[in-house]
Design a protein around this ligand. Structure first.
Ligand code: DC
Length: 225
């Protein structure tokens, strides 16, 4: 049986960086489910469809094929055969993804792909509803979070390092808005599963978070076997 680790939490909590690193050390596949919603958001943007228009977005779904592939352990997401792994990282795709992720038919459209990945592989899967909806029987569930200010601060530093000139208040606004969107939608809202371990990373650096995460995972997995 494959082993499944679910990591959920709000935007910018560092889930992907941390989960990717932990997966590498454990020899698990890292599945970034946000990339799936981002691909649908990108497709809607490219086709001039308002991402919050459920009926219109739903009409697009039959023409969409999303696939995940792994090249040297790195996840690549393909939209109708095109590698969109870079394109979906554009800022406009973040809100677009958050919008389309509130549409029930979009969530069910992406369900089987996520289940298949978890059935066939040892995975660390990150998202918003992994521990609550997608993998309710995951071996380990972690809810990774940090204050909105700290998350905006990390994003700010990341952009400065890339040579950009970000506006901290705008970043904080975007984070607060996405938190609100993601946790107030009707289907599969962002929420800590009852049996998830809450891990607040506000005061910790990346290395400390990875070490602690691996400790939590090892403790849980050992307890099971
Ligand atoms: O993790 P991310 O920032 O790439 O996710 C983009 C959006 O997709 C996020 O705002 C909410 C949505 N999402 C979701 O609803 N469920 C998931 N499992 C993953 C992401």
């Amino acid at each position: 049986m494959s082993r499944n680790i679910a990591i959920d939490g709000p935007a910018g909590a560092g889930k992907s960086t941390i989960a990717r690193e932990a997966a590498k050390q454990l020899g698990f596949i890292y599945v970034d489910t946000g990339a799936l919603y981002r691909s649908i958001g990108l497709y809607a943007l490219r086709n001039g469809v308002a991402t919050d228009n459920a009926a219109e977005v739903e009409k697009l779904l039959p023409a969409i094929k999303v696939e995940l592939k792994y090249l040297d352990g790195v996840q690549k997401v393909f939209l109708n055969g095109e590698d969109v792994s870079e394109a979906i990282r554009k800022p406009e795709c973040s809100m677009a993804a958050s919008d389309v992720s509130a549409i029930p038919s979009v969530r069910s459209f992406l369900l089987e792909l996520q289940l298949k990945m978890a059935r066939e592989n040892d995975v660390i899967m990150d998202g918003r509803d992994i521990g609550t909806v997608i993998l309710p029987n995951a071996d380990v569930k972690i809810f990774l979070t940090a204050t909105p200010e700290e998350r905006a601060n990390r994003r700010f530093k990341e952009l400065v390092e890339k040579g950009e000139n970000p506006d901290y208040d705008k970043l904080l606004d975007e984070i607060n808005q996405r938190d609100y969107n993601d946790s107030h939608r009707e289907v599969a809202p962002l929420k800590q599963a009852d049996d998830a371990i809450l891990f607040d990373t506000t005061k910790l650096g990346k290395e400390e978070v990875v070490t602690e995460l691996l400790r939590i995972i090892a403790e849980k997995l050992e307890g099971e076997y």
